[in-house]
Design a protein around this ligand. Structure first.
Ligand code: AHR
Length: 496
């Protein structure tokens, strides 16, 4: 069966916040250390201690916002241990992630320098689980105040004269679990208390994000919105797509069957239901949609690569992960009025990473390429799209064969994503362009695909999966028709 898409080219459904393309970097495994931070004395070429190859690869993604230092690590992180001369920084055990010793060499100054190099906004997650209100208050003062106080004096001694701009601050992470095993009523009260001392100094304005639900825990959202909704700007949501039957058997990142392919995509598509149901609860308390839904952890989670530290969450990344990213972005675009930020987990060497490193070597993953292809959506107007799609069935279950979303950028160009989730069947698609004025559009496109479901890049062969030009599109004044190869992601640009 054929798929049909109708795009209302003159009907915007909202602006796609560029922060949907955000990243997350935790003190976990080799994400920060080795993956980004090697120190100035490293033989790996670096920029003020940050690996130059990783930096240059990431700069091409136009990363809008970066979340740090966790994750679970955030609720055991004490920021004062991570500033000042390296030799006197206090070491600690990273109890969540491999019980390795953290030397605190990557701290507040290093993180905010990384954000400046990436030209992105910092999103810092504070410690509620094991930190004090005073500690959180002083961190904000240290970073953003400009006046004669001990915190500011200390910042200056540590090499930073001017306050930084800090836009996003999370008050705890997963406080229903690793962040303190709290009940929503208890966390809601703590949130109200801690956020009181997250102050705006000078013209710095902080967008405060409360810890949200674990996936399908809708009661958490209900309690948080009821008890603390008026004190927050954003409420988070975490959703991971595992590749196996449960959290003990999460499946392999590269060694999988078609059933596993289907399962991961089905799990990823649950994001739609999650956003819809959490938004419905939020709408009751916040009908004007003032509070953003902040999906600050999402992505695939498999068993770690054989032979690697189980606490380091290092996994390979295939074409399947690229499709997960593409269909997830299509969902975020559909809910762009409520979803104001999303941060894939994680940026380097952990879970669904953009970049993997091994010693001085680097590769960009298939997921990286989707982020690069989709960056045209950042800050564009989402367009009204109607998709009629056949199903892709596996056993008794089915998911849609196609996924799509469209946007119009500031210069009037229209961008259209098309994903074929079926691993074997070519998809016949027709695209009607309602409201399109003028002559036949000029069309250009790129495709990410491969003959293998588990195609991936390796350090020996880092360009196995990468975008290629895609111009097999029949264009008329009314629209387009094309054949979408199996297991592919296409982004097409239409120019008047
Ligand atoms: O991203 C890995 C972990 O997943 C984060 O630390 C935690 O917040 C979540 O459970």
């Amino acid at each position: 069966m054929k798929g049909t898409i109708v795009i209302q080219t003159d009907v915007s459904t909202g602006r796609i916040n560029r922060n949907i393309y955000g990243q997350f970097a935790e003190h976990l495994g080799r994400c920060i250390y080795e993956g980004m931070w090697v120190g100035e004395d490293s033989s790996i070429p670096n920029t003020n201690g940050i690996r130059t190859d990783v930096l240059e690869a990431l700069q091409k993604l136009n990363i809008p916002v970066l979340r740090w230092p966790g994750g679970c690590f955030a609720d055991e992180y004490h920021w004062k241990d991570g500033v000042g001369p390296y030799e006197s920084r206090k070491r600690m055990v990273n109890t969540h992630w491999g019980r390795v010793v953290e030397n605190n060499h990557f701290g507040t100054h290093e993180f905010l320098m990384l954000c400046e190099l990436l030209e992105c906004e910092p999103y810092i997650c504070g410690n509620v689980g094991s930190g004090t209100v005073l500690e959180m208050q002083e961190w904000i003062e240290y970073m953003t105040f400009d006046g004669d106080t001990p915190m500011v004096e200390w910042r200056k001694q540590n090499g930073r004269e001017e306050p930084w701009r800090l836009t996003y601050f999370g008050v705890g992470n997963e406080n229903w679990g690793c962040g303190g095993n709290m009940r929503p009523e208890y966390y809601a009260d703590l949130y109200r208390r801690y956020q009181t001392y997250v102050r705006n100094f000078g013209d710095n304005r902080i967008y405060k994000i409360a810890c949200g639900s674990n996936g399908f825990d809708f009661r958490w959202t209900e309690v948080l919105m009821r008890e603390a909704g008026r004190f927050m700007d954003g409420l988070s949501l975490h959703h991971y797509s595992i590749g196996g039957p449960n959290w003990s058997e999460k499946g392999s990142a590269i060694d999988f069957t078609e059933g596993d392919w289907f399962l991961v995509l089905k799990n990823a598509l649950q994001m739609d239901e999650l956003i819809q149901r959490h938004s419905t609860i939020m709408d009751q308390y916040d009908p004007d949609q003032r509070v953003g839904l902040i999906v600050d952890e999402w992505g695939t989670w498999y068993n770690v690569e054989p032979g690697t530290n189980p606490g380091f969450l290092y996994q390979q990344n295939t074409l399947r992960d690229a499709l997960v990213a593409a269909v997830t972005f299509d969902i975020f675009h559909r809910y762009c009025n409520r979803v104001q930020m999303a941060n894939i987990a994680q940026m380097v060497n952990v879970l669904q990473a953009m970049v993997l490193t091994e010693g001085a070597k680097l590769l960009c993953t298939p997921t990286y390429h989707v982020f690069e292809m989709f960056k045209v959506y950042q800050d564009a107007e989402a367009l009204a799209v109607d998709l009629q799609t056949p199903d892709y069935a596996w056993g008794e279950e089915k998911i849609p064969q196609f996924s799509t979303s469209a946007c119009k950028d500031d210069s009037g160009r229209i961008h259209l994503s098309l994903t074929n989730l079926h691993p074997h069947q070519v998809g016949d698609l027709s695209v009607a362009l309602r409201g399109w004025k003028g002559a036949k559009p000029q069309v250009s496109g790129r495709i990410l695909t491969s003959s293998e479901m588990n195609a991936h890049n390796t350090f020996a062969s880092p360009e196995q999966v990468q975008p290629e030009p895609f111009d097999d599109v029949q264009v008329s004044e009314d629209g387009l028709s094309l054949q979408l190869p199996p297991k592919s992601v296409v982004v097409i640009t239409l120019q008047p």
